[in-house]
Design a protein around this ligand. Structure first.
Ligand SMILES: Nc1ncnc2c1ncn2[C@@H]1O[C@H](COP(=O)(O)OP(=O)(O)OP(=O)(O)O)[C@@H](O)[C@H]1O
Length: 643
């Protein structure tokens, strides 16, 4: 990786390391020569010039090392980011993004993975440099005194063991504190996010979150303190041992010079060698330990980049064909994790080609989960989903997804321009403003976007764009953003399946009416799945499927379901009642014959068929018990379940 990041820089780095490693022992030896020659009254110009050259190299080495190190770090950082995010984008399902351990691993890989390869290689190079210096010094020392060299080498063993142990503890500390860091980031993010600022201020949560943040920080600090103590005792003990060896060696040398066994010049080599050997040893061991720690950190990066697909493809592999017949769910069971409750239980349903299917049910009944399975964001635990008879698991996921347009319940507004926010629904058409405007028009948002200060070039974000970017961002209302998300999905309206999960939950009555009118016209003859709690919006679907507790409990057309007087009819009437008015004359009653209508705007709302109208806005409104009674009498008295 380092080699790929920059060959010249790598070669330069190695050269600097070799020179840097040999310089200290060479300097010590040249110093000895200078002293000895001067002591004997001879000329020492040669060694002195060598010394001068070496001091130039010593002065330049750190600057060069820093420069080359940064060069390599930038190059490898790029490669690491590329590999890491390619791997993350290769996680085709959602499971890994919901697993805290996997998320920690991704975060570790992202935070430390970039530095780790350079850390590892620079540790190796520096260790090699330390080794070169060590060899030089020990050789010099051995020339003067073999036992002394042996003592110095032996004293390095505890150093090596303790440093390796400490580096494992450092790596453990990093891993063990990732969940604390995760929560620390969470609370810090909550306190600085514009989206949470309102509630935090209104509910007075600021200090409560700050205390939680500080609690995490305290725990991290505690773990770090205990690590620091170990380092203090470990490295303190080593320093003491080193000082004892060096001090003892010097005292021994002074006695040897008095006895005439060593020259005055020897003491220069000896003192440089004693401290130099200790330094080189500490460098060698320390850098080896750093490299070891970097390796332990890289393990997380490796685990992410080699994790393989989270949703494996089943054999034999089949291309995803254009939909011609139907999408079928056969006995699908699903839960989010082992031990969690079943969210879908034995669900079988068919979405025939060209038909508009609606999915309704109470909160938590599994509607959005079913949508996620259709997009293959998860695989069924049991059962299968067929696309024209082919199991979704056999198709390349991107081919399948290219055939689907969807607006999810938890839609996203990206910190991008209005044009991009819609255009990313079909990247190939990102620059086709006419297409984008047509989609916006179908989602009933074109007028508002055209009126923005920079029209479609206006960023839909105030947090990331400002004067410095030469263009001011803006914020849209919740309902407007939802229509932007619908427009994004409609960029793919020529695709085989259109999924609309609560596309109008945040819209005002008029906007909701208009968008449903447009969607209804748009869905005609197309394969689509609409989820909505506004039952008036789904009534003219070709088939309405009712989910309850993860099971399909009813299926059929609106009229049939109302006539069956089951769960759908109950929810429909309940909702109708909540509008607070029922017409006593039968015209305003959600009728068993399918005439029931919820008007949502001044233009008569959804009363497509002119049948019974439940009005919120005009004459005929009747919230009287008589009106309600009347409704009851118009529903069949012998309910039968659709399914
Ligand atoms: N990512 C998840 N991990 C674990 N459980 C989940 C997850 N998403 C949903 N659930 C659980 O699955 C069940 C069904 O959720 P789902 O979102 O499918 O319901 P829904 O019918 O769409 O509800 P709503 O009408 O409120 O949108 C719920 O009990 C929910 O707690």
């Amino acid at each position: 990786m380092i080699w790929r990041a920059g060959r010249l820089a790598t070669i330069g780095y190695v050269a600097v390391i070799v020179v840097g490693g040999l310089t200290p022992p060479a300097s010590a030896w040249l110093t000895k020569l200078v002293i000895d020659r001067l002591a004997h009254g001879s000329f020492a110009a040669g060694p002195a010039t060598g010394l001068a050259g070496l001091s130039v190299a010593t002065a330049m080495a750190p600057q060069l090392t820093r420069y080359l190190d940064a060069q390599i770090r930038r190059g490898t950082g790029m490669i690491i980011q590329d590999r890491l995010f390619s791997a993350v984008n290769g996680f085709t399902g959602l499971g890994r993004f919901e697993n805290p351990r996997d998320l920690d691993r991704i975060r570790m890989a992202q935070q430390n993975g970039q530095a780790a390869p350079v850390q590892l290689v620079s540790a190796l190079f520096m260790a090699a440099q330390g080794a070169l210096s060590l060899i030089g010094f020990v050789t010099a020392l051995a020339v003067i005194s073999l036992p002394m060299a042996g003592v110095v080498l032996l004293s390095s063993l505890p150093l090596l063991l303790i440093e390796l142990r400490l580096s494992r503890r450092r790596a453990d500390f990093l891993w063990n504190t990732t969940s604390l860091n995760r929560r620390q980031n969470l609370y810090a993010g909550l306190m600085t996010d514009a989206r949470t600022a309102k509630e935090i201020r209104l509910f007075g949560l600021g200090n409560w979150f700050r205390d939680r943040l500080l609690d995490q920080t305290r725990k991290i600090n505690g773990a770090e303190r205990s690590l620091d103590r170990r380092v203090l005792f470990g490295q303190g003990g080593l320093a003491l041992l080193g000082a004892l060896v060096a001090g003892g060696g010097l005292v021994w040398a002074v006695f040897q010079i008095r006895n005439g066994a060593l020259t005055v010049g020897d003491i220069a080599v000896l003192s440089a060698a004693l401290t130099g050997t200790q330094g080189a040893l500490a460098g060698l061991v320390g850098r080896t330990a750093d490299g070891y720690q970097a390796l332990l950190t890289l393990r997380h990066y490796e685990e992410i980049t080699t994790a393989g697909p989270d949703l494996p493809r089943a054999a034999p592999s089949r291309p995803a064909p254009p939909l011609r017949h139907a999408i079928e769910m056969e006995g699908v069971w699903f839960r989010y994790a082992d031990g969690h409750p079943w969210v879908l239980q034995d669900v079988s349903l068919t979405i025939p080609f060209g038909r508009a299917i609606a999915l309704v049910g109470r909160n938590g009944s599994g509607k959005s989960t079913l949508v996620k399975l259709l997009c293959r964001l998860y695989d069924p635990v049991r059962g299968r989903i067929l696309w024209d008879g082919i199991d979704l698991r056999q198709m390349p996921i991107d081919e399948l997804r290219a055939r689907i347009g969807a607006v999810f319940q938890d839609y996203v507004c990206y910190d991008l321009t209005a044009r991009e926010n819609i255009g990313i629904g079909d990247l190939a058409a990102l620059h086709d403003l006419d297409l984008i405007r047509a989609a916006a028009d179908r989602a009933d948002i074109d007028r508002e976007l055209s009126a923005l200060p920079h029209a479609y070039a206006t960023p839909l974000s105030r947090g990331y764009f400002g004067e410095a970017d030469g263009v001011d961002g803006t914020a849209l209302s919740g309902g407007q953003l939802q229509r932007v998300a619908v427009a994004r999905a409609l960029m793919r309206d020529s695709r085989d399946l259109l999924i609309l999960d609560e596309p109008s939950s945040g819209l005002d009555a008029e906007a909701e009416h208009r968008i449903h009118q447009r969607l209804r016209a748009h869905r005609a003859g197309r394969t689509s799945l609409l989820i909505s709690h506004r039952l008036g919006a789904v009534r003219d679907a070709d088939e309405i499927v009712v989910l309850s507790g993860g099971r399909v409990i009813e299926k059929g057309e609106h009229d049939g379901l109302i006539a069956a007087d089951g769960e759908y009819a109950r929810l429909f009437h309940l909702q109708a009642e909540s509008y607070g008015a029922l017409r006593a004359d039968g015209g305003g009653v959600p009728r068993a014959d399918g005439g029931g209508v919820l008007p949502v705007g001044g233009d008569g709302g959804l009363h497509a068929d002119g049948g019974g109208v439940l009005r919120t806005d005009g004459p005929g409104t009747d919230a009287s018990p008589r009106g309600r009674e009347n409704r009851r009498t118009t529903t069949p008295s012998t309910p039968s379940r659709g399914q």
